[in-house]
Design a protein. Sequence first.
Length: 134
Amino acid sequence: VYTYSMHPVEEVERFFFPDRMPVSTITNYSYDSRKQLKSLTTSDSLELNKVENRFYYPYDYAGSSALYNTMVNQNMISPVIEKVNNVNGTEVQRSKVDYRRYNGTGPVLPYSYLSSYTEIPDLRVDMTIDSYDR
């Protein structure tokens, strides 16, 4: 009987080409104390590019907002609130989901999706959800 969850720590893909050296892509996964994916880092065997994706959850923002405290208290700990993509140490993309309580006391649901890119560093609203069906 296994009583632990299994999460990948490293993934290695090797590509073989005729008349060339094989190329490997190495992906490392790291998790936080709640067993949520915290970062995913991919690099090639030639060390030319290193891509890092960092993930932030409601408990990372708990204390900064009553809404995030509510999410944590209701055990809503798995939605990714913000994802930051870096290439070779430089941020190239950021995406964020804003949540709100509908009707003031209703459920906590996604309200808007925001993103930014290297060329446009400020978060901009990509989509807003005005209402949900009942």
